[in-house]
Design a protein around this ligand. Structure first.
Ligand SMILES: *[C@@H]1O[C@H](CO)[C@@H](O)[C@H](O)[C@H]1NC(C)=O
Ligand SMILES: *[C@@H]1O[C@H](CO)[C@@H](O)[C@H](O)[C@H]1NC(C)=O
Ligand SMILES: *[C@@H]1O[C@H](CO)[C@@H](O)[C@H](O)[C@H]1NC(C)=O
Length: 297
């Protein structure tokens, strides 16, 4: 999938368009060893959504045939729902419980759709003023979430009733991160305390939405980027898109184990101090977060 993103980026530039797990305990804006461990764990949950064995057989334990989710495999997990290729956007992933870390995790796989939208320059924004005043969101990500929302919301509701003391985590990589973000936005609005861990997430909406998401509660956002990953720089700001704050920017190169010293907390909507200020066109940085995140693809 990454090749055509790169092709698009080159085209856009040519056109001059570019300008043993511990218990879960989240902390805001402080990359402690403990937060790093959460980032690592949820990256592996995002990686697991690419592995077919985790989206073709509801009720099973999570595993990763590519060997890139050992922390998830070490936990006592069971999927509540595995889903694949929804009617719009090919939304794929799983809802699972993790009894070791006391978590309910909803994880979305990246899909080729993002590629299609980006290469078609489909940046259409949809008004979602009923969620927040003046807010607009990427139409494709919105429709993707809505293709699975009824089913997932009712399953989440029954899972929360069954495991009321478990934290609710939404995660995903690439387009999967975007769908996780839309789901978080919508479900916080009706009271779910969702903690969001998106990896390599594209921009999902306009400036008003970014402002709203920066302070939306209940739950906390941990938007994670890596060096010059191209995907979080799309769709571009000139198309009316913004990123909420903060960003957790991994500065170490591919294939290198991430330490707390390698993550910078970047404050401010649309700050250029992190990933947005880079200009690399390689998509390699998109494929590496704490490991080869899409290796099961
Ligand atoms: C699910 O996918 C895995 C990995 O490709 C495969 O080994 C397994 O047979 C599949 N299970 C079902 C029920 O289709
Ligand atoms: C997306 O889903 C449709 C309908 O299920 C399927 O025909 C198509 O092959 C899927 N596309 C990809 C890229 O997986
Ligand atoms: C990372 O590791 C992979 C597989 O071992 C290798 O193919 C690739 O060249 C490495 N990339 C870098 C940037 O070192």
């Amino acid at each position: 999938m990454f090749n055509s993103v790169a092709k698009w980026a080159v085209t856009a530039l040519t056109l001059g368009l570019f300008v043993s797990a511990a218990p879960y305990k989240p902390e805001r804006r402080d990359v402690s060893a403990e937060l790093l461990q959460q980032f690592n764990l949820f990256e592996q949950y995002a990686a697991a959504a690419y592995c077919e064995e985790n989206f073709n057989s509801t009720g099973t334990k999570l595993t990763c045939s590519a060997g890139n989710c050992p922390l998830v495999e070490a936990a006592d997990t069971k999927t509540i729902d595995e889903f694949t290729d929804s009617s719009y956007g090919n939304v794929t992933g799983f809802l699972a419980v993790d009894n070791t870390n006391k978590l309910i995790v909803l994880s979305f796989r990246g899909t080729r759709s993002i590629d299609t939208w980006i290469s078609n320059l489909d940046f259409t924004l949809k008004d979602i003023g009923d969620i927040c005043s003046g807010c607009e969101i990427h139409n494709g990500f919105w429709k993707s979430w809505n293709s699975v929302s009824d089913d997932l919301t009712s399953r989440l509701q029954s899972t929360v009733s069954e495991y009321p003391d478990y934290a609710i985590i939404f995660t995903g990589h690439s387009a999967g991160a975007a769908v996780a973000t839309v789901g978080t936005l919508v479900l916080r609005k009706v009271g779910y305390a969702v903690d969001l861990y998106p990896y390599g997430c594209p921009r999902i909406g306009n400036g008003q939405l970014a402002e709203y998401m920066t302070t939306q509660t209940p739950g906390t956002n941990y938007r994670i980027t890596h060096t010059d990953d191209i995907v979080p720089r799309l769709p571009p700001e000139w198309a009316g898109y913004s990123h909420y704050s903060p960003e957790y920017w991994i500065t170490s190169p591919n294939n290198v184990t991430v330490t707390t010293a390698d993550i910078q907390v970047i404050q401010g909507i649309d700050s250029d101090a992190g990933n947005a200020g880079t200009d690399g066109l390689s998509t390699d940085a998109h494929g590496w977060y704490f490991g080869p995140i899409s290796a099961c693809q």
